[in-house]
Design a protein around this ligand. Structure first.
Ligand SMILES: [Fe+2]
Length: 217
């Protein structure tokens, strides 16, 4: 008897991602009086207000998805590059311990990897992965920006490598997506407004469906 495996449908992928975001409505955004879901919806709203392209809007909506990636997905991402024998002792591996502490491994990398595996485009994934790098850039070039960061964000900056060196600033400014990455970071920072009215999560379903249809796996 042969076993048939079916690739997940676009709808089931979007359902999975949206469910993670819906669940995040119960989680507070670190150091702020709003939920993670409100934070994501505000970031996406700012992107639409500035006529960003759909990939950028989706990146804004999903930029913190790595904070809520299901544990089994994180486990699978780490196991995939190992053979079965290695995977047996995975829980004793240092990077596995890091993965359980998303803040140490980098939620931006986990989020980008999770979205990549679902079929989101390289641009969406790169923007998601960049929102910490952009913070390191902005703290290097704008002392006022560093001063305005919340205490939680100042603390996490230390673990994220601190402000960029002048050399890294120059390299980052040559990135083709440089402006978009900085803009996304600014929307991220602004998305902490208590009680702000924004379109709901389902208003992005068509956009996400269109996007995944354009990027078949
Ligand atoms: Fe964020």
């Amino acid at each position: 008897m042969s076993l048939k495996t079916h690739a997940p449908s676009t709808k089931s992928k979007i359902d999975a991602v949206f469910q993670l975001l819906k669940n995040s409505s119960k989680q507070g955004y670190i150091g702020e009086s709003i939920s993670q879901l409100e934070h994501a919806l505000q970031a996406a709203f700012y992107a639409t207000q500035e006529d960003a392209d759909e990939e950028t809007v989706l990146a804004a909506l999903l930029h913190d998805i790595g904070q809520f990636c299901p544990a089994k997905e994180i486990h699978r991402m780490l196991v995939e590059d190992l053979n079965d024998a290695d995977a047996v002792d995975l829980p004793s591996r240092p990077n596995y311990k890091d993965a359980k502490n998303v803040g140490v491994m980098g939620h931006e990398r986990l989020g980008a990897e999770y979205l990549r595996k679902l079929g989101f485009s390289p641009k969406v994934c790169e923007l998601v992965e960049s929102h910490v790098v952009a913070k390191r850039y902005l703290t290097a070039v704008d002392p006022d920006y560093l001063e305005r960061l919340s205490n939680a964000s100042k603390l996490s900056l230390k673990f994220q490598g601190g402000p960029f060196s002048p050399e890294n600033v120059a390299i980052f400014e040559k990135d083709p997506l440089f402006k978009r990455k900085v803009q996304l970071r600014k929307w991220d920072d602004a998305s902490k407004v208590v009680g702000m009215n924004t379109p709901g999560l389902e208003s992005y379903r068509e956009m996400a469906t269109r996007h995944l249809a354009k990027n078949p796996q």
